[in-house]
Design a protein around this ligand. Structure first.
Ligand SMILES: [Zn+2]
Length: 297
């Protein structure tokens, strides 16, 4: 063996060892990501399991009549997703069919081709929701309707799953008697010691039902209901007792979100509060025990 061949072989072995070490490290340190994207006055949350499976929960913004705003925010979130390695989606869940939760979905469905659309129980005659229904009528997306008790394993090997906690089954035939917000799909995710509660815009009626349902509402991270509006019960927030409370609300929005009373309760509970419109998109990395929070531009 010549000296050069030996040197090349040594370099190759070093690279191989580093590659193997990385694989072993990844296997022993499975990491999940949660991205709470800043989409102005709306909501858009991406969950990435350690195995790479990606689930989007809501994707919408208030456009206030400005043309092209959906496109602008859709491109922004697509570039953020790409930066954390997400170029395809496995699941899209829309919590309820209001435009500030779904008007980016048609663009994202086209670009990211999800296998599964997890539909809300409600309906909405508005063009934005009708466009979502048209977009998911394709040959790569299957649709199921969210039902209480459904459980989806995002990563069985690393123990990450989500479960539907609401709305109640009894709401389905009379969804119009509940406000569309209260009919939001509520999900609880579990990964190691970390839990996350995703709430859409569930209001006081839905929160009261959740409290009475007997479900474990405690969560490390709370996607605060309804952009942090005043329609948040202190008893509900106390039952969740979040360490991190994320409020998806646009800077200087005309709705006064988040409401000072809701922020006050969350502060009293000791939660770290993140408002997307003020602090930008939040990226949470976790190995199921510790949490690492960074801002993503
Ligand atoms: Zn909303």
């Amino acid at each position: 063996m010549t000296k050069t061949v030996r040197q090349v072989a040594i370099v190759a072995l070093v690279f191989l060892a580093a590659y193997c070490a990385r694989l072993v490290y990844r296997d022993f340190h499975p990491t999940a990501l949660f991205l709470f994207a800043d989409v102005g006055q709306g909501k858009c949350i991406l969950v990435v399991a350690p195995n790479g499976k990606a689930m989007l929960i809501d994707a919408g913004t208030q456009t206030y009549g400005q043309d092209g705003k959906e496109e602008k925010f859709a491109q922004k979130v697509l570039s953020q997703f790409a930066r954390i390695g997400v170029r395809k989606l496995d699941v899209i869940l829309v919590t309820h069919p209001d435009k500030d939760h779904c008007n980016l979905v048609p663009i994202l469905v086209k670009e990211l081709q999800p296998h599964l659309f997890w539909s809300p129980v409600g309906e909405n005659p508005e063009i934005e929701w009708q466009s979502v229904k048209a977009a998911i009528t394709n040959n790569y997306t299957k649709t199921i309707v969210a039902r209480l008790g459904q459980r989806l394993w995002l990563d069985a090997r690393n123990g990450m799953w989500v479960e539907v906690l609401a709305p109640p089954v009894s709401i389905v035939p009379k969804v119009s008697e509940w406000s569309p917000n209260d009919a939001s799909t509520v999900l609880r995710l579990k990964f190691g010691e970390i839990s996350v509660l995703f709430t859409g815009d569930v209001g006081e009626m839905g929160q009261r039902w959740l409290l009475g349902s007997g479900a474990n509402l405690q969560a490390t991270i709370l996607d605060v209901p309804h952009h942090g509006s005043k329609h948040n019960l202190e008893t509900f927030l106390s039952a969740v007792r979040p360490k991190i409370a994320v409020i998806s609300a646009g800077r200087q929005n005309p709705f006064g979100h988040p409401d000072p009373s809701t922020v006050e309760v969350l502060k009293r509970l000791g939660a770290t509060i993140w408002v997307t419109g003020e602090q930008g998109s939040l990226l949470v990395k976790t190995d199921g025990h510790s949490l690492n929070l960074t801002s993503l531009q």
